[in-house]
Design a protein around this ligand. Structure first.
Ligand code: NAD
Length: 425
C-alpha cells in the first residue's frame, strides 16, 4: 500500500492511517505554498527508513506474547533523527510515520539541528507488570539497535512511556556498547544525565504558547484540558499558576468539571493515587465529548490524535485551541474552525517545548556538562517565543493560518537543506 496518497478505502482507514493522511495533507499544502517540485515533495512525503520488528515478551505466567514494534526515521537531512517512543495498543506503522514526519517539521521550525523520528510498540502498558514492561522495552531496543545512537537517532518519552523506560533504553544501549552512553535517549532521570526542566518542558511550552496567543492577561481565562498525563497535567498546572481558571480536564478514566476552577494540585494527587481523574470529589462528572463543547476560552487537547473532527468541531466554543497533543485536529475540522474564527496554535509549535529541552539535554550529555534549571528555562522560552513570533508574522503577512505558516517554515527549511545538499550519487 502506497503511503504517498491519502487512503480512500474505508476498510483501510485506521486511526493511524487517518493521522498519516492529515500529515500528508498538511505537507501538500505547505509544498504548494513553497512551490516545491514533485520530486522534492515525494522525498519529503516518504520516510527515510522504516523498521518493523516483532517483539517477543515473556509474561509472568510463562506465556509468550509477540507484539509489533516500529521505528521510523522520516528525515535526517538536518541532523540526527529525534522522536518519542509510544506504547499504545492502537499504534501502527502509519501513525508512527505521521508522528515522525511532524517531528521533522517541528525540529526545523524551532531551529534545532535534528531530523524527525518516532517509535511505537502496539501494547497497552497498563496490562503489563513492571518486569514485563522492562523485558519488552529491552527486547524492542535490541531489535532497533542498528538504527539508534546519539549521532543517529535519539528516542524520548511519548504516550505510555516515561523516564523509567528511557533509563532501560539507555542501559540496554550502553551494555551493548560496553560503556555508558547517556546521549542515546532524552527525558531520562536526572541521575542518569537527564536535564533539569525536561519533565515539564512540553507543558511549559504549551503554557508559553497559550499565553502568547492569548495576548491579554490570563487572569480568569477559562481552560479545558483533554488528557491528564505527562503533557496535560503539568500544562493544566502551569496555566492555573499563571492565573487561568482550569474548569475541566479528562483522561482515559473520565472527565471532571468545576465551574469555579479545579484545584489542579489536588487533582494531580488524586489521579496519582487512584489512577485517574474520575470520581474527584471537588468536581462534577462530565462526558468525554462534553469537554470539547464547554463554553471556555481555551481548549488544550493533550491526549491523542484525531480527536477534533468534522463531527465535533462545529460545537467547539473555545476561541483558542492550543495543541499539546500531536495531530489532534483533522484537516476537515481545521477548515470548520477557521470558518468559525477559532485560532489554533498547531502541535508542531505548541508542543515543541519537549523536543527543545530534549535537545538541550542531548547537548549537555555530549559535553558531559550540566546547566541550571534557570538556564534551561531561559533557552526554552527564547526558542518557543522566537518560533511563535516567526509563525504569527508569516501568517499575518501571507494570510495563512498558524498551522499553514508553521508548516511553510518547517517544510521550507528541510526542503532548502535538501536542495543545498543535492542528491547522492
Ligand atoms: P501520557 O501517556 O503521559 O498521557 C496521555 C493522557 O491522555 C493520559 O492521561 C490518558 O489517560 C489520556 N487519554 C488517552 N485517551 C484519552 C481519551 N480518549 N480521552 C481523554 N483522555 C485520554 O502521554 P503524553 O506524553 O502526555 O502525550 C500526550 C500527547 O502529547 C501525545 O499526542 C504526544 O504525542 C504529545 N506529546 C508528548 C510529548 C512529551 O514530552 N511527552 C511531547 C510532545 C508531544
Amino acid at each position: 500500500m502506497s503511503i504517498m496518497v491519502p487512503s480512500k478505502t474505508p476498510a483501510l482507514i485506521t486511526p493511524g492511517r487517518q493521522a498519516l493522511d492529515s500529515a500528508l495533507h498538511q505537507l501538500d499544502q505547505a509544498a504548494g505554498h513553497l512551490g516545491l517540485d514533485d520530486g522534492l515533495r515525494t522525498m519529503l512525503a516518504t520516510p527515510r527508513r522504516s523498521l518493523t520488528v516483532s517483539v517477543p515478551v515473556r509474561r509472568e505466567d510463562g506465556r509468550l506474547d509477540v507484539v509489533q514494534g516500529y521505528r521510523v526515521q522520516h528525515n535526517v537531512s538536518r541532523g540526527p533523527a529525534k522522536g518519542g517512543l509510544r506504547f499504545h495498543p492502537a499504534t501502527d506503522i502509519h501513525e508512527v510515520t505521521a508522528l515522525a514526519m511532524w517531528m521533522t517539521w517541528k525540529c526545523a521550525l524551532v531551529g534545532i539541528p535534528y531530523g524527525g523520528a518516532k517509535g511505537g510498540v502496539a501494547i497497552d502498558p497498563a496490562v503489563l507488570t513492571t518486569r514485563e514492561l522492562e523485558r519488552l522495552t529491552r527486547r524492542y531496543v535490541n531489535e532497533i539497535l542498528p538504527l539508534i545512537g546519539p549521532e543517529k537517532d535519539i528516542p524520548a518519552p511519548d504516550v505510555g512511556t516515561d523516564e523509567q523506560t528511557m533509563a532501560w533504553i539507555m542501559d540496554t544501549y550502553s551494555v551493548n556498547a560496553g560503556y555508558s552512553v547517556p546521549g542515546v535517549v532524552t527525558g531520562k532521570p536526572t541521575t542518569l544525565g537527564g536535564s533539569l526542566g525536561r519533565s515539564g518542558a512540553t507543558s511549559r511550552g504549551v503554557q508559553i504558547a497559550a499565553l502568547a496567543a492569548l495576548g491579554r492577561s490570563p487572569e480568569g481565562v477559562t481552560v479545558a484540558v483533554q488528557g491528564f498525563g505527562k503533557v496535560g497535567a503539568p500544562a493544566a498546572q502551569y496555566l492555573s499558576d499563571a492565573g487561568c481558571k482550569v474548569v475541566a480536564v479528562s483522561d482515559v478514566s473520565g472527565a471532571v468539571h468545576a465551574a469555579g476552577g479545579l484545584d489542579i494540585a489536588k487533582l494531580r494527587a488524586y489521579a496519582a493515587e487512584t489512577g485517574g481523574v474520575r470520581g474527584f470529589h471537588q468536581a462534577d462528572a462530565l462526558g468525554h465529548d462534553e469537554l470539547f463543547e464547554l463554553d471556555v476560552d481555551v481548549l488544550v487537547p493533550a491526549a491523542l490524535e484525531g480527536v477534533i473532527t468534522e463531527a465535533n468541531a462545529p460545537r467547539i466554543r473555545a476561541r483558542l485551541i492550543v495543541e499539546g497533543a500531536n495531530g489532534p485536529t483533522t484537516p476537515e475540522a481545521d477548515e470548520i474552525l477557521v470558518g468559525n474564527g477559532t485560532t489554533v496554535v498547531p502541535d508542531i509549535l505548541a508542543n515543541a517545548g519537549g523536543v527543545i529541552v530534549s535537545y538541550l539535554e542531548w547537548v549537555q550529555n555530549m559535553q558531559a556538562y550540566t546547566w541550571s534549571s534557570g538556564d534551561v528555562e531561559l533557552k526554552l522560552r527564547e526558542l518557543m517565543l522566537g518560533a511563535f513570533s516567526e509563525v504569527t508574522s508569516l501568517a499575518a503577512d501571507r494570510g495563512l493560518t498558524l498551522r499553514e505558516a508553521a508548516h511553510v517554515i518547517g517544510v521550507g527549511r528541510v526542503a532548502e537543506v535538501h536542495q543545498m545538499r543535492g542528491l547522492y550519487p
